[in-house]
Write a protein that binds this ligand. Structure first.
Ligand code: DX5
Length: 239
């Protein structure tokens, strides 16, 4: 009887460098500076800050002043994931706070092309995020403005949620679109990324892998979590 190809056999993978990127959402916010230092020592490639406004998502976190207070204490790049309705007024503030990448949700602005132009004009690398229900086609005509597309693998707002595996074909579709256009664009996934899920996301074509709970709650520590996740992603490389 023929063996059915597993999900990974059918997926294109990626040749781009893998980046392990923590979300600090699960951190003890009374010790956020220590957490960022620990993450840098654990070998993460950059740090993602989840900015939530209580409207775009049913949760509220922090603003640019908190990010600015952390900037002097670590050397890795910062990215701001804006889960904020109409965030245009805050791009410059997060650049001034020390973020070199700003991620805007396609669903959060009325004019996405203009919004991404404004992010670039503010001096940041631009990225666009897609909620689970949002199709790849929604970003097809802004791929030339961004350096990364974030495919959410949970519905945004909280850490510790279950990974949505049906996003893997969406990641693969995006990867093939980026390749067909000859564009130099990273693909990031965020939500439920851990030892049991990272291979599926990487095999689908994601090379920037955001992890919160799995990094902060690894019983063997953050450094183990980072190296283990990186090894699991590397194991999916197309031969
Ligand atoms: C959810 C956030 C994610 C989340 C990831 O809205 O964007 O970054 O914190 O946390 P885990 O890895 O715990 O799902």
């Amino acid at each position: 009887m023929a063996t059915l190809p597993c999900m990974h056999d059918a997926l294109p993978g990626t040749t781009r460098p893998f980046e392990i990127i923590p979300s600090v959402l699960p951190a003890d916010f009374s010790r956020l500076g220590d957490a960022c230092r620990d993450l840098e020592q654990a070998g993460v490639d950059r740090i993602q800050f989840d900015i939530m406004d209580g409207r775009f998502v049913p949760n509220l976190t922090f603003g640019p002043d908190v990010v600015a207070s952390l900037r002097p204490h670590v050397g890795v790049p910062f990215e701001a994931h804006l889960m904020v309705e109409e965030p245009g007024w805050m791009y410059r503030a997060f650049v001034d706070a020390g973020c070199d990448m700003i991620i805007v949700h396609a669903e959060s602005v009325g004019h996405l092309h203009r919004a991404l132009d404004e992010v670039r004009s503010a001096g940041a690398r631009a990225a666009v995020a897609l909620n689970p229900a949002t199709p790849v086609s929604d970003v097809e005509w802004v791929l030339d403005l961004v350096e990364m597309v974030l495919v959410m693998t949970v519905n945004p707002g909280f850490g510790g949620q279950a990974y949505i595996p049906t996003m893997e074909p969406k990641v693969a579709e995006l990867r093939n679109l980026v390749l067909s256009r000859g564009l130099d664009v990273d693909i990031e996934v965020d939500g439920g990324i851990g030892p049991a899920t990272i291979a599926g996301a990487a095999a689908a074509g994601a090379n920037c892998l955001v992890a919160g709970s799995s990094l902060f709650r690894d019983p063997d520590g953050m450094a183990h979590a980072v190296s283990d996740l990186r090894a699991r992603a590397e194991a999916t490389r197309p031969s």
